[in-house]
Design a protein around this ligand. Structure first.
Ligand code: GLC
Length: 517
């Protein structure tokens, strides 16, 4: 395989994830939109982020909040037109921001024209666009299916919810007559159409894609070899036609995805990464309770880094639209220590909208658009202290999702005015990262102290001769460790002063410090 080209801006990328329905509503219908986002680009830039991941914004019946696409080539009218989206790219670029769209290659909505045509018993261009068995009585093993809704004699595999039929990229090891190999005409046509979709949006000005369920495409593909080969093919196309396009996968196994030519992969709440040990488990490491364990995460992280090689970025998100809000399990000052970690690790950090102000998970909501338990993490952004927290001029009952209506809900306005707020801490941390190569995406990392069930956490980041020691103690107890390194200069400190005493470093409760070595 040829060497993957990579856009240089990824070396210092800090991403901001925008859930378009919930970010900013410009026309008072209760749902966020492109113009709303455009009006807040200065906010994102001012926070220090230089890239955006926009959740799906294409035509859709919204049975899964837009992850059920019914037309890949058109923006969802509720957000605006393709022209508006193009303007969003342009306005972002004027501010030095890059925009990744969310590409959903694994499945469509049942309302997609392709699917409607594929349901026909007569053979046509779309007969092999999806994974169909050849009898309605045969279910595709290990996958859910849709059947009995058309005269085509077959069952169609689904990829996620049962209204999301699986697109056909073939089977790595076909073992039934209806299972096509990856190089059969149907799977190849699906893959080529995916390239057309990418071409369309990249030509319009988007800077790349976050790829949904990127590891799910080829079926019967236990080790991911077929799916990796598929992405390598797409990588060749990108290298040739759009070498500046940035690609990040929702895969959660960087050793596989980066081999497939992705530049970055997420660590996620599923998969083998131990990501949940950090913020989302019974005793998260980043908690004042101080009963967490980060050692398994670190072990796994180091082995993934080794397998992923030098070039690939492993991205640790603050959260996303599928997980509980960070602030649901990590509270108060510990949230600041969580960001001290997130913003000083290698890879590109991803901040889920609102996490920078500690937006809370809204408890007890009914599901909206296939959100179910995820709905509470998708509530509208809290901008200011006006009606609907400045999100929308619509009547409260018309908001896309109910907002956190507690009196002390965090807002950008109140946090910006408070020097000691989470928002200002996040801003400081991003600025520091931007000023030091060692803290950025590709700087090296060596863990100095990450012991089983122990605090604090310490690691050394380095790049181009610069070395920065990072020490973080999320717990409410003071903690110490032995370390021969002695700091030359303090770059950052949070909470009480960390003391260095002939090889013993004592770290006050809920504090952090970054030091030039
Ligand atoms: C991904 C998305 C999630 C969606 C699912 C199906 O995990 O992040 O929101 O429901 O894929 O597309």
């Amino acid at each position: 395989m040829s060497e993957t080209t990579r856009p240089s801006w990824l070396d210092n990328a800090v991403f901001y994830e925008i859930y378009p329905q919930s970010f900013k509503d410009s026309n008072g219908d209760g749902v966020g939109d492109f113009d709303g986002i455009i009006s807040k680009l200065d906010y994102i830039k001012d926070l220090g982020c230089n890239a955006i991941w926009l959740n799906p914004c294409f035509k859709s019946p919204f049975g899964d909040a837009g992850y059920d696409v019914s037309d890949y080539y058109s923006a969802a009218p509720r957000y605006g037109t393709n022209e508006d989206l193009k303007r969003l790219f342009e306005e972002s670029h004027k501010r030095g921001l890059h925009v990744l769209l969310d590409l959903v290659p694994g499945h469509t909505s049942v309302e997609h024209e392709w699917f409607k045509k594929s349901m026909s018993p007569e053979k046509n261009e779309f007969t092999d666009r999806y994974v169909w068995t050849d009898s309605v009585w045969e279910e595709p093993e290990g996958m859910g299916c849709i059947r009995g809704i058309s005269d085509r004699d077959g069952s169609c595999a689904v990829n996620f919810f049962s209204h999301q039929p699986a697109l056909n990229y073939g089977f790595y090891k076909p073992n039934r007559p209806w299972q096509q190999p990856t190089d059969a005409p149907g799977p190849i046509a699906t893959r080529e159409e995916l390239k057309n979709i990418m071409r369309f949006w990249l030509s319009m000005g988007c800077d790349g894609f976050r790829v949904d369920m990127a590891g799910s495409l080829v079926k019967n593909d236990e080790d991911g070899k077929g799916t990796i080969a598929l992405w390598q093919n797409i990588r060749e196309f990108l290298d040739k036609e759009f070498p500046e396009a940035a690609m990040i996968s929702e895969w959660g196994e960087p050793d596989k995805s980066l081999l497939g030519g992705f530049h970055m992969d997420f660590l996620l709440h599923f998969g083998p990464s131990h990501y949940n040990d950090l913020f989302r488990c019974a005793e998260p490491y980043f908690s004042e309770r101080g009963r967490g364990d980060i050692s398994e995460f670190v072990k796994k992280y180091l082995s993934l880094r080794e397998k992923a090689g030098e070039k690939g970025l492993i991205c640790i998100p603050s959260g996303n639209h599928d997980m509980d809000r960070l602030a649901r399990s990590v509270g108060g000052e510990s949230l600041k220590t969580a960001f001290a970690f997130l913003l000083s690790m290698p890879g590109a950090p991803f901040i889920y909208y609102g996490d920078e102000i500690g937006m809370r998970y809204v408890e007890g909501l009914d599901s909206v658009e296939g959100g179910y338990g995820r709905t509470g993490s998708r509530s509208p952004m809290q901008w200011d202290n006006t009606a609907n927290a400045g999100f929308s001029a619509a009547p409260k009952e018309k908001l896309y999702i109910k907002q956190d209506d507690s009196k002390d809900r965090p807002t950008v306005e109140s946090q910006a005015a408070d020097k000691s707020s989470l928002y200002n801490e996040v801003k400081r941390l991003i600025a520091l990262r931007s000023a030091h190569r060692a803290l950025q995406s590709r700087g090296d990392i060596e863990f100095i102290y990450a012991e089983k069930s122990a605090y604090p956490l310490a690691y050394l980041r380095s790049a181009e001769g610069e070395k920065i020691l990072v020490i973080i103690n999320p717990s409410a107890q003071s903690a110490d460790f032995s370390c021969a390194l002695s700091p030359k200069e303090e770059l950052y400190s949070l909470g009480g002063k960390i003391s260095f005493n002939s090889g013993k470093i004592t770290v006050p409760p809920q504090s952090a410090g970054f030091y030039l070595i």
